[in-house]
Design a protein around this ligand. Structure first.
Ligand code: SF4
Length: 247
């Protein structure tokens, strides 16, 4: 089974948060290029999908998001900053099959913690909600304590730098087999780090040029999954990439 992360757009209604990887990777804040119907048609061709994770950019800016989630035949999850009022579509017309709504609290977003908690609380009546606080946020520990005192499951997210290329492959992993990252233009990458580093592109979904790896991928990036996510992320190797050092 393969988990896919669909990033329908890189546009964001905040766009200047400290440590935002979209900014640091130098990506254009493009809006959505494809409709829900086009995405559904394209990802239907991927064999054996386990779940669909929708990120961005800010996915609530995508006007098709609710319809897309409604039509998905696989379990799905969304990561959002909750700034857009479009979250109300999900409370007004609750959907099935949601694994999680990760609500990322960004002080730069202009919502007070109380306003944010009110919105997250509305969502939590219908969906499994986790409040994520970036580790780079100066007041992360105090925010963590406050959100947990309000009854939320909260996590402090580790900050993940953009990995650099090394001189030779050091790792092998299940990138492109257990997980794939789908960019707004349909480019498919072996993992989130690969997209940030513009490496390990497997082809383009909408051009039908994707070559899915038949074996474990060999990789020369300084891998955040191995170095940061596995030891520090609350979900560990969240994409089941099973990174190992090549000896
Ligand atoms: S080794 Fe790490 S950075 Fe390289 S493709 Fe695998 S998960 Fe991505």
């Amino acid at each position: 089974m393969i988990d896919i992360m669909v990033n329908p757009l890189y546009a964001c209604n905040i766009g200047h948060c400290q440590g935002c990887w979209v900014t640091e990777a130098g990506l254009l804040r493009t809006g959505a290029r494809f409709t829900a119907g086009q995405w559904l048609g394209a990802i239907n061709l991927i064999p054996q999908i386990g779940k669909v994770d929708i990120c961005g950019g800010e996915p609530l800016l995508w006007e098709d998001l609710h319809y897309f989630c409604y039509k998905l035949p696989w379990p799905w999850a969304v990561t959002t900053n909750l700034v857009s009022e479009r979250y109300r579509e999900f409370t007004r017309w609750p959907l099935r099959n949601c694994l999680s709504f990760t609500c990322s609290f960004h002080p730069e977003g202009g919502l007070s913690r109380e306003e944010f908690a009110s919105r997250a609380g509305e969502m939590a009546r219908h969906y499994p909600v986790t409040v994520a606080i970036l580790e780079k946020t100066a007041h992360a520990p105090a925010l963590f304590t406050w959100f947990t005192s309000q009854g939320f499951r909260a996590v402090v997210e580790p900050y993940e730098p953009i990995p650099r290329h090394g001189p030779a492959p050091r790792y092998s992993c299940e990138g492109g087999r257990s997980f794939a990252y789908l960019a707004p233009d349909g480019d498919v990458f072996a993992c989130v780090d690969s997209q940030r580093a513009k490496a390990n592109c497997l082809g383009n979904l909408f051009k039908n040029t994707v070559v899915w790896p038949q074996d474990r991928l060999r990789c020369a990036l300084e891998c955040n999954t191995a170095n940061i996510l596995a030891p520090y992320h609350p979900a560990g190797d969240v994409h089941n990439l099973q990174v190992t050092l090549i000896r």
